[in-house]
Ligand binder design. Structure first.
Ligand code: DC
Length: 224
C-alpha cells in the first residue's frame, strides 16, 4: 500500500506541532514530531554532562542511546533507553541543547532512517525543519508554516506559562530569534522553504483557522 506523506517545516513557535497533530487526527494519519528526537539527544547530552556544541562528545554518545517513538492514545511519546522523556525534553534549557546537537551532521544522519522508516510504514504528517527538503523530498504535500517572531514568541510564552514555567516575553523572543538564526545558518540541512512547498503564514490566524488553512492545502494537493 502506498502511504501518504505530508511534510510541514518552519521556525519554532509557528504552531507546527499543534496544527500538525490536529490535522493528522482529522485525516487519520500518524503525527511525527521530529523535533522531539533532537530534543531527546540534547537531553542525553545534558544528562551526560556533554556540551551541545561538543560534536565529538555528542557523537560518542549516539551508539549508546536507544531512541524510540511510540504512540499512547494517538499521542507521540519519546523513549530514551526505555524511559518516557516526552515532558522533560520540553524544558527551555533542553531547547538550546536540541538546537546545538541538531547542527551536528552525524546526529542528523543518525536520525534519518528512524524518520524515513515512519513514513514507509504509515501515512504521516511529519513536522520539523528539513522534512520537505531532506528527509521526505518526495512527500506528496509540503507546507512551510510560519508566523512573525513577535507572534511566535507570544504563543510560546503562553504555552510555557501554562506549564508553570516563569518566563518573560523578552526572554522568550530573544531565545527564539537566536534559535531561528542558528537553525537557518547551520551548514547541514538549514531551515529553508522547499521549492515545492506551500507557504502558510499564521500570524493573523487563530488556531482553528490555522488548522483549516493547513487541511485545505493538504486536501487540494491530494485531490489534484
Ligand atoms: O521543533 P522543536 O522546537 O521541538 O525542535 C527542536 C530543535 O531541533 C530546533 O532547534 C531545531 C531542531 N530540529 C531540526 O534541526 N530538524 C528537525 N527536523 C526538527 C527539529
Amino acid at each position: 500500500m502506498n502511504h501518504i506523506a505530508v511534510a510541514i517545516d518552519g521556525p519554532s513557535g509557528a504552531g507546527k506541532s499543534t496544527i500538525a497533530r490536529a490535522a493528522a487526527a482529522q485525516l487519520g494519519f500518524v503525527y511525527v514530531d521530529t523535533g522531539a528526537l533532537y530534543r531527546a539527544i540534547g537531553l542525553a547530552a545534558c544528562r551526560a554532562g556533554v556540551r551541545g556544541d561538543d560534536a565529538e562528545g555528542v557523537c560518542a554518545l549516539l551508539p549508546t542511546l536507544r531512541l524510540e517513538l511510540t504512540y499512547v492514545d494517538g499521542t507521540q511519546r519519546v523513549l530514551l533507553d526505555g524511559e518516557d522523556v516526552s515532558e522533560e525534553i520540553r524544558l527551555p534549557e533542553i531547547s538550546k541543547y536540541a538546537s546545538q546537537v541538531s547542527a551536528i551532521p552525524r546526529v542528523r544522519a543518525y536520525l534519518l532512517d528512524l524518520q524515513r522508516g515512519m513514513a514507509k510504514t504509515h501515512s504521516v504528517i511529519m513536522d520539523g525543519r528539513d522534512i520537505g527538503t531532506v528527509i521526505l523530498p518526495d512527500a506528496q504535500v509540503k507546507i512551510f508554516l510560519t508566523a512573525s517572531a513577535e507572534k511566535r514568541a507570544a504563543r510560546r510564552c503562553l504555552e510555557l506559562r501554562e506549564k508553570g514555567q516563569e518566563v518573560t516575553h523578552e526572554q522568550v523572543l530573544a531565545d527564539m530569534i537566536a534559535r531561528d538564526r542558528q537553525d537557518e545558518n547551520r551548514a547541514q540541512a538549514p531551515l529553508r522553504q522547499a521549492k515545492d512547498a506551500v507557504r502558510v503564514d499564521t500570524s493573523a490566524l487563530d488556531l482553528a483557522q490555522s488548522i483549516e488553512a493547513v487541511l485545505r492545502v493538504i486536501r487540494d494537493k491530494l485531490h489534484q
